[in-house]
Write a protein that binds this ligand. Structure first.
Ligand code: VG1
Ligand code: CO
Length: 543
């Protein structure tokens, strides 16, 4: 095997964001762009010679091309073997499961998750470490440093391999195993959930569901698990993964998963609805005419974990990202377990999970997961809910209402202003920070501010510190407004405003969230001059 060394020059801006490096496809298609980043990953790692790398992606445009490039570079750089998903496909949680099961050195996941795909869409790449989780900041920082003065990468000249044929082949001298994308993952799910009971639920004749794969990666997984193993019937919509996701935006929320939302809110709606995102790590949970916010979903899961075989021994603790509502905190308190608050992004849960400090974790951005892998996991969340529904024999709405009655309701909403002017968005954030000293004690529209800060986090396991993770404004009644700029977008800036208010009074729990939060929405605009700086009258997406 002849290793070729290719001269190259650094590209600006190869800085991993909240979850890997995400850019427009056209940027990734520049000569050497992908190669530079991949070589920088390898250069940042130590002692991987002869070891196993896992490789796969969400099947979006450029996935197959990138996989062949990475296989050749992995061979040239001395990996012992690569496990690659058939057709280049591995959902993000499945990749995490495969890394863990095979005790691989790490994995490369090709995805821009919920961002649109296709030649005009986005592409992305991220590195996961041996625990199956996203590389922590010290690794992604090292990768970025290396991208800034890289001058050579290594590859081999050889024919592409057939990604569609299962089995072992060679890339140069390095064995490549094309593995079934679903098997390892589906087997793991069977160890966690009561498949027999869920099967009975589907067979009862009184229960049906709809699952929207949004033409993204979870189609094959949902068909194999829900339809084939659990006998759910023909319930998967948009189940064929397409390179451009059928020109859709594979983000499972009330705006982009409208087809599914219409079904669940329509006549003859099924009892349960769910959707997942581009790479299969997000989930949206719906009941008949009812939407479960991801923050509530995490809380309901924690409160009902004892009903699910994989968690019936009890959960060690829970964690949520800072902007996620405190609904799960209330459950943790009642269970007498710890609750951790981390910055946005799944990489911050890894240490807590590895140390056994938490079992369940989640983010308001439609992500929930547990210690079974080190990524958030869309289908896992759907199965968790199905298991709860099968045991409790109640509707989604009944479960949610009873939950609120017991714990109170954290009214919650996120307002996104997508693709606004980046400089204006930065000014908005800077001006908010400039007000920090004067805000505590101030009353706006009848609400008294008690604190204003920019969230920072010290990891309780390795003591690493992360600063400036989002501006928080807290009020005397416990309400919160959080302002953050997205770290996954590729065009302009995306401003996220997170709103939360606690309501103990059961009589008020049926209010619409936007109504219940109307005062806070108004205050957010006043404080940050949102309309002025975004030049928008309305958010682009409300969840
Ligand atoms: C968003 C979400 C964050 C999530 C991240 C990756 O990041 O807010 O909670 O972890 O996407 O999710 P940001 O920086 O744009 O707010 V995924 O499904 O896109 O990998
Ligand atoms: Co995702």
């Amino acid at each position: 095997m002849e290793i070729i060394k290719v001269q190259t020059q650094p590209f600006n801006g190869q800085k991993p964001g909240t979850s890997g490096l995400r850019k427009q496809v056209s940027i990734f298609q520049q000569v050497h762009y992908l190669e530079n980043f991949v070589q920088s990953i390898f250069n940042a790692l130590e002692d991987f010679q002869g070891k196993t790398l896992v490789l796969g992606g969400d099947g979006r445009y450029h996935n197959r091309t990138a996989i062949q490039v990475i296989l050749k570079m992995a061979a040239a750089n001395g990996f012992g073997r690569v496990l690659v998903g058939q057709g280049g496909i591995l959902s993000t949680p499945a990749a995490s499961a495969v890394i863990r099961k095979n005790k691989a050195f790490g994995g490369i996941i090709l995805s821009a998750s919920h961002n649109p795909g296709g030649p005009d869409g986005d592409f992305g790449i991220k590195y996961n470490i041996s625990n199956g989780g996203p590389a922590p900041e010290k690794v992604t920082d090292a990768i970025y440093q290396i991208t800034q003065d890289i001058s050579v990468y290594q590859s081999i000249e050889t024919a592409d391999i057939d990604l569609d044929r299962l089995g072992s082949v060679k890339m140069g001298d390095m064995p490549v195993e094309v593995i079934d994308s679903v098997t390892d993952y589906a087997e793991l799910m069977e160890t966690l959930f009561d498949f027999e009971r869920i099967k009975q639920l589907f067979n009862s004749g009184a229960f049906s569901m709809a699952f929207d794969a949004m033409h993204a990666v979870t189609g094959p997984y949902a068909k194999a698990i829900l339809e084939d193993r659990l006998g759910a019937g023909n319930i998967v919509l948009n189940g064929e993964p397409l390179e451009d996701f059928g020109k859709g935006h594979p983000d499972p929320n009330l705006t982009y998963a409208k087809e599914l939302v219409d079904i669940l809110y329509g006549t003859n709606a099924p009892q349960f609805g769910a959707a997942s995102d581009g790479d299969g790590d997000r989930n949206m949970i719906l009941g008949q005419g009812c939407f479960v916010t991801p923050s509530d979903s995490l809380a309901v899961m924690a409160a009902n974990a004892h009903l699910v075989p994989g968690y019936s021994q009890g959960i060690a603790g829970v964690a949520r990202s800072m902007p996620t509502s405190a609904a799960v905190d209330r459950v943790a308190k009642q269970l007498g377990i710890a609750c951790y608050e981390t910055p946005t992004g799944w990489k911050f849960f890894g240490n807590l999970l590895d140390a056994g400090k938490v079992t369940l974790c989640g983010e308001e951005s439609f992500g929930t997961g547990s210690d079974h892998v080190r990524e958030k996991d869309g289908l896992w969340a759907v199965l968790f809910w199905l298991n709860i529904l099968a045991v409790r024999q109640q509707s989604v709405q009944q479960i949610l209402k009873q939950h609120w009655a017991q714990y109170g309701r954290n009214f919650y909403s996120r307002h996104d202003y997508e693709n606004v002017d980046a400089a204006q968005a930065k000014t908005l954030m800077d001006e908010l920070e400039a007000q920090f000293d004067s805000l505590p004690g101030k009353t706006i529209s009848g609400a008294r501010i008690t604190f204003a800060d920019n969230f920072s986090y010290t990891d309780p396991v390795d003591n690493s510190r992360s600063e400036k993770q989002g501006i928080r404004i807290g009020f005397a009644d416990g309400s919160r407004i959080v302002f953050r700029l997205s770290g996954t977008g590729t065009a302009g800036a995306t401003l996220r405003i997170y709103l939360e208010r606690f309501e103990a009074n059961t009589d008020l729990h049926d209010l619409d969230a936007q109504e219940a939060l109307a005062d806070l929405i108004q205050i957010a605009d006043e404080l940050a001059k949102v309309k002025h700086y975004t030049k928008r009258e309305q958010p682009s997406v409300i969840t």
